[in-house]
Design a protein around this ligand. Structure first.
Ligand SMILES: *Cc1c(COP(=O)(O)O)cnc(C)c1O
Length: 514
């Protein structure tokens, strides 16, 4: 029953109807060859898989593969795809191997190391600050077994949660600020992140009262963290003063009432304001606060603990300086410019810190032992050599130093098909810090003879390990400032590998229905 006869004898419509009927008959026949999951699992190859993987994972993977074949048959029946008996047989024969590959993926970690060649030092999407060697060693040492998290080894009794790490913060402050810093009445507290630190501070010190904030600082930090909302949730009432671009000390002074609990300063860490602007210095606010008997709370945010001027970045605040200016309380993030683990630092007068420690929310926001271990390692690094903190080291590299590394790197990846040149570029700190500031840098610029820039960058991003790059003027740029030296050979191997492989869809690409 050839279609040709029908075509020669009649209309196109008849031909189509007949062809599609034949096609669906064939397809129906093929459906019957789709295996029952239970029976399929009895195949020797599948029994073997069942010995090494949880049954439910194998069942789910098998079901997905069968469903995928069914949808291909349906597509074939509709005429959208060609899927014949031979192809079905081949797919069925290959199914145990495909399922084994699926199981491999299902049992691999999804959170993976990524090589950041974007030149952006801190990206929330990429986990912000990479940890120092010492921080990693401290995590391993503390997490392997038990630890003295809340145990005083000298007395054998319950101790303050990681009290020694909080003491270390004060020691660190003392080193930064020197003899004249009056820190006798100060204490520190660690919570999960700076957002939690801020909430805890506002809730403890200002619930039921008023907090005065400049209209120029009613910001959104990112990830939906907005100052007016967090204030509202903390139970404090926001008193806005000044205007977006200009706020004076007199504006704060005029707004102070008996209900005022705090003067809040929020560091403009993720945006810049230029032109006709005015903002009192922290010291001026502190002086006002002292006259009026109202403490000043600075959300410093970036966690920067060094003078960034030394690294060529101007006008950036740091939290030791905020304490020195007399702020009664300062909050800072642990995984931005401090270069440590995600956490929030609270520093300030002991009575305030103790109030927060006994707030029930502290229990909800408290950090885990891995965080304390990593933070301690990071602070110890600052006490011996701050360049051992990766973020600080990246900041410290000159453009020439990055350029030298780019030269070696380019020579190692260059092939007749892959052109690699060195181009000047700018790194940025990012991650909600130092808005607008750039660091002169160099990048390796890749261009392939037959693979487009977008394809090449996608191949690198989906390689092992993934490499995150930037595209500029048809080239794929790798800014080595944000690539550790030990990562270079790994990145070079990953680039070579990504070019060896043909466009490969990967084991799971077909299992998406539809
Ligand atoms: C980043 C930042 C925060 C939030 O810090 P997380 O540690 O991400 O919670 C709060 N305030 C300011 C000013 C910041 O820059």
């Amino acid at each position: 029953m050839g279609c040709m006869g029908v075509v020669s004898s009649g209309t196109d419509a008849a031909s189509c109807a007949f062809t599609s009927t034949a096609r669906s008959d064939r397809a129906r026949l093929l459906y019957s060859r789709l295996p029952q999951v239970g029976a399929f699992l009895d195949l020797p190859a599948m029994r073997k898989l069942l010995q090494t993987a949880p049954r439910q994972l194998v069942v789910d993977a098998t079901r997905r593969r069968v469903t995928e074949l069914r949808s291909r048959l349906q597509a074939s029946e509709r005429g959208d795809d060609e899927f014949n008996a031979d192809q079905l047989n081949a797919a069925l024969a290959a199914m145990p191997d495909a399922i084994a590959a699926d199981l491999e993926v299902a049992r691999s970690p999804s959170l993976r190391r990524v090589i950041n060649a974007s030149g952006v030092l801190l990206q929330t999407n990429l986990g912000r600050a990479p940890l120092s060697k010492r921080a990693l060693e401290r995590i391993a040492a503390v997490a392997q077994g038990y630890c003295n998290l809340e145990y005083d080894l000298a007395s054998g009794e319950r101790g303050e949660r990681a009290g020694a790490v909080e003491d270390l913060i004060l020691r660190f402050l003392r080193v930064r600020l020197g003899e004249n810093a009056a820190l006798e009445d100060h204490a520190a507290l660690i919570v999960n992140n700076c957002a939690a630190a801020m909430y805890l501070a506002l809730n403890t010190l200002a619930e039921g009262g008023e907090v005065i904030v400049s209209r120029g600082e009613l910001v959104e930090i990112g990830g939906g963290f907005r100052i007016p909302e967090i204030l509202d949730k903390s139970g404090a009432t926001l008193r806005e003063v000044g205007t977006t671009n200009r706020t004076r000390v007199a504006d704060y002074a005029a707004a102070i009432t008996p209900a005022t609990r705090l003067l809040l300063r929020v560091h403009r860490s993720n945006f810049r304001m230029d032109g006709f602007t005015e903002q009192p210095s922290l010291a001026e606010l502190v002086a006002l606060g002292e006259r009026a008997g109202v403490p000043v709370f600075e959300d410093q945010g970036t966690g920067c603990a060094v003078a960034l001027e030394g690294y060529g970045i101007r006008e950036e605040s740091n939290w030791p300086a905020a304490i020195q200016s007399g702020a009664a309380l300062v909050t800072a993030s642990g995984d931005k410019l401090l270069g440590g683990p995600q956490c929030g630092l609270l520093l300030g007068r002991s009575s305030y810190i103790e109030g927060m420690r006994s707030n029930p929310f502290y229990r909800a926001f408290r950090a885990d032992k891995l965080t304390y271990a990593a933070l301690e390692g990071t602070l110890l690094d600052y006490l011996s050599d701050e360049l051992s903190v990766p973020v600080i080291r990246m900041l410290s590299l000159s453009a020439e130093q990055v350029g030298q590394r780019c030269k070696r790197f380019a020579a190692a990846v260059q092939t007749p098909e892959l052109e690699a040149e060195i181009v000047p570029t700018s790194s940025v700190v990012g991650g909600g810090t130092t808005p607008g500031a750039t660091l002169p840098s160099y990048a390796v610029a890749l261009r392939h003879v037959s693979i487009s820039d977008a394809d090449l960058s996608a191949r690198l991003r989906t390689g092992e390990p993934p490499i995150v790059t930037r595209i500029r003027d048809g080239q794929v740029l790798l800014d080595l400032r944000t690539v550790a030296e030990v990562e270079e050979p790994i990145a070079i191997a990953a680039i070579r590998q990504s070019l060896c492989e043909p466009e490969s869809p990967g084991p799971l690409a077909h299992s998406e229905p539809g």
